[in-house]
Design a binder for this molecule. Structure first.
Ligand code: ARG
Length: 258
């Protein structure tokens, strides 16, 4: 190979790498990244990550003719992983925010949500005003975290996910937890020592899948899959199925702990 040609191919390779931000070749897989402490959207069942987000991404993978690989990470690392090209799909009950829209593209939303306060039944908190100045637990990097910092103007206690924050509440280390409504309900289901505020404390939120910017075809495929799954009721059905399965697993866990 002539030297000049070799150099220009190397440069073209570099340029392609810079464009796609990754060196991944097509090996027939598509990678989803998530944080698995967020039932019913993602949770561990017998060592596997399952949940509504996994079901949606499985359907996306099937439509693309690829095999889905699911990776677990801290929530703070989920969006950075698609930006760097380490993963293709960030699916983690991710709330669409203006801030995040600057760095990733979002699919159409598939769930409406909001954040609530979880507290002890004998010291219940119902509003944001009531928790100001209290020790508040949140999952690091989430909209609950930004709510504490930006709206309540205080630093929260940061945890890896809602279940670990709720465990700290139950052992008296913190006064309350702020978390997304569905995972909040799931991690206290059947536990009558805990209270959940009935109103959202922040703005209404919507969950969507995030991908690296500039992939219109992938985005269109994801949107088509979500559109079909919303229309057929598959998202709702997956939610009900995973709520039930998680309750079963939690029940089993509690029995084992007794
Ligand atoms: N909806 C919240 C957010 O986007 C929390 C998401 C946490 N997700 C998870 N899989 N742990 O900030």
């Amino acid at each position: 190979m002539n030297k000049l040609f070799a150099r220009s191919t190397a440069l073209a390779g570099l340029a392609a790498l810079a464009l796609c931000g990754c060196a991944k070749k097509d090996d027939g897989t598509i990678t989803m990244i998530t944080e698995s402490g967020f039932a019913p959207y993602e949770y561990l069942d017998g060592g596997n990550i399952v949940g509504v987000d996994v079901d949606i991404c499985e359907a996306v993978a099937a439509k693309l003719g690829k095999k889905l690989v699911v990776q677990d990470a801290k929530f703070d690392a989920v969006i950075p992983s698609v930006i760097s090209g380490k993963a293709d799909l960030a699916a983690a009950g991710i709330t669409v925010t203006e801030d995040r829209k600057q760095s990733v593209d979002f699919s159409i939303p598939y769930v409406k949500s909001g954040i609530v306060i979880i507290s002890a039944k004998d010291a219940p908190y119902k509003t944001a005003d009531e928790v100001k100045g209290k020790k508040i637990g949140v999952q690091s990097g989430t909209t609950s975290d930004t709510f504490c910092v930006d709206v309540l103007k205080q630093e929260p206690e940061r945890f890896d996910n809602p279940p670990t924050a709720v465990a700290a509440l139950k052992s008296g280390k913190i006064d309350c937890v702020i978390a997304d409504i569905d995972p909040a309900k799931n991690c206290v289901k059947g536990d009558d020592s805990v209270f959940i505020s009935s109103d959202f404390v922040g703005e209404p939120e919507e969950f969507a899948i995030a991908i690296r910017k500039g992939q219109p075809e992938l985005l269109a495929t994801i949107n088509a899959v979500i559109g079909e799954m919303l229309e057929s009721g598959a998202v709702e059905a997956a939610k009900a199925r995973h709520d039930a399965r998680y309750a079963e697993l939690r029940g089993a866990e509690e029995e084992a702990a007794e």
